[in-house]
Ligand binder design. Structure first.
Ligand SMILES: Cc1ncc(COP(=O)(O)O)c(C=O)c1O
Length: 429
């Protein structure tokens, strides 16, 4: 059978996620700075599975039912929008200063499903456009391509997305007769850039979104990975008094990605036919019912038990993990300074998993192959994440999934590669 597929399947964007998940197997000898994975030493999967009993005990006591009935319920199809919404609402209040009613939360199979629900539920591809800070996470742009939703790139700088740039992009979309439906961004410890949006820029962004009637999809998997002293910055959702932000949460980095557990906070009021009003989350739950029916109750019980065991917050658990990630970031910055000062430049992320390096030459598919095969280090071209041109000289380095000795050796290998390719004027003999 000659099966013709949609043209989007030829789009290289659709291969990036698979590349990031599989590149390590392709070059087993190489040190990889490519995957945005959390370090397994912090997972404790076996102990986490034991937390299901903690969750069951809590629910049984609250409802006055036998534990066996709660266990049986975990094995059954379950509430479409989730069973741990109250615990997520409490964690958001404690850890992020976000006030959300449990009804405004939809528990999802990873944050990725949250994106799928938003794009499938809120966009009419014939007229609606999704704006994205560029470069950005491939999970949203790749999915938009599959669904045929037009994308418009808004440049993301060292301080993230700029409200004036967003306003100009919205005007351009509207004057072309289309509707700017939403803008997607990762304000905290951005993937891929490692940048963080300052407070004033957050407020300005909220104002523009409100004025223009455009939703903000705030994706925040890295917010709890803050490494530097100083005032914590509120999320856009915590600042959102006008109801313009739909918040995407994930337990993939704070707990572990094998849970495949995330959530949406969609507390906007929407009008139904007949004038009745409801929460956007309730309407999006209809989409969820037709994508994954409900998120695994067993997986939710694992996370629920962990939250209960930690008085509702993930902050104490994070305190145990942060020194590792902070030390890795610092080690990578120190190695870059020792090996590549004057030849390349890079940013100093205040948190998260990634940093951006500016090289004195373009780094594309061929450089990636040669760097991995001949020099034994895997780096991610920034062009993998970019819609607009201009990122050809940048790479994303991940420091979350390597050990300190691997960082030292990996940056030394990268430096050998860069020195070989850099214009001679930059490399002292
Ligand atoms: C920006 C961003 N959003 C979301 C996720 C994770 O999504 P999920 O919860 O589906 O694992 C990641 C993981 O790499 C990410 O970098």
């Amino acid at each position: 059978m000659d099966l013709a597929l949609k043209p989007c399947f030829g789009d290289p964007l659709l291969e990036v996620m698979i590349f990031l998940n599989e590149v390590v197997q392709r070059y087993p000898q190489a040190i990889s700075f490519a995957p945005g994975r959390p370090a397994e030493m912090h997972f404790d999967v076996e102990a986490s599975l034991g937390k299901v009993a903690r969750y069951v005990e809590h629910r049984a006591a609250a409802a006055g039912t036998p534990a066996a009935a709660v266990f049986a319920d975990l094995g059954q199809y379950n509430r479409t929008n989730g069973i741990i919404n109250d615990l997520i609402a409490r964690q958001l209040a404690l850890d992020e200063g976000i006030r959300a009613s449990p009804d405004a939360i939809v528990v999802t199979s990873g944050c990725q499903e949250g994106m799928a629900i938003l794009l499938a539920g809120l966009f009419d591809p014939a007229r609606d456009v999704l704006l994205v800070s560029d470069p950005t996470y491939i999970g949203i742009t790749g999915l938009a391509r599959i669904l045929g939703i037009p994308l418009v790139a808004v440049p993301s700088g060292p301080r993230g997305l700029d409200a004036d740039d967003l306003a100009a992009a919205i005007r351009a979309v509207e004057s072309s007769g289309r509707r700017a439906r939403a803008v997607y961004d990762i304000p905290d410890f951005n993937n891929p850039m490692g940048t963080r949006m300052p407070l004033a820029a957050r407020r300005a962004l909220l104002e523009v979104a409100d004025e223009q009637g455009v939703l903000i999809f705030e994706d925040n998997p890295y917010g709890m990975f803050a490494y530097d002293e100083g005032d914590p910055l509120p999320t856009l959702k915590a600042l959102d008094e006008r109801g313009v932000v739909v918040y995407l949460g994930s337990f993939s980095k704070t707990l572990f990605p094998g849970l495949r557990l995330g959530y949406l906070v969609a507390d906007q009021e929407v009008a139904l036919a007949g004038g009745r009003r409801t929460l956007l989350a309730s309407e999006l739950t209809k989409v969820k019912s037709l994508t994954t029916v409900n998120t695994s109750p067993i997986v939710q019980a694992v996370a629920g038990g962990i939250l209960l065991d930690n008085q509702g917050s993930l902050a104490a658990l994070m305190q145990k993990k942060l020194p590792f990630y902070r030390a890795n970031r610092d080690r990578m910055l120190a190695c870059l300074e020792a090996e590549l000062a004057g030849v390349a430049s890079w940013n100093h992320p205040e948190g998260g998993f990634f940093l951006t390096v500016d090289l004195p030459f373009a780094f594309a598919g061929e450089s990636l192959e040669s760097c991995a095969r001949d020099f034994g280090v895997i780096c991610c071209p920034m062009t993998f994440f970019a819609l607009a041109a201009g990122r050809e000289h940048q790479i994303r380095l991940s420091f979350s999934y390597v050990t300190p000795p691997q960082i030292e050796e990996g940056i030394a290998r990268l430096a050998r590669f860069v020195r070989q390719r850099a214009p001679a004027a930059l490399v002292p003999p």
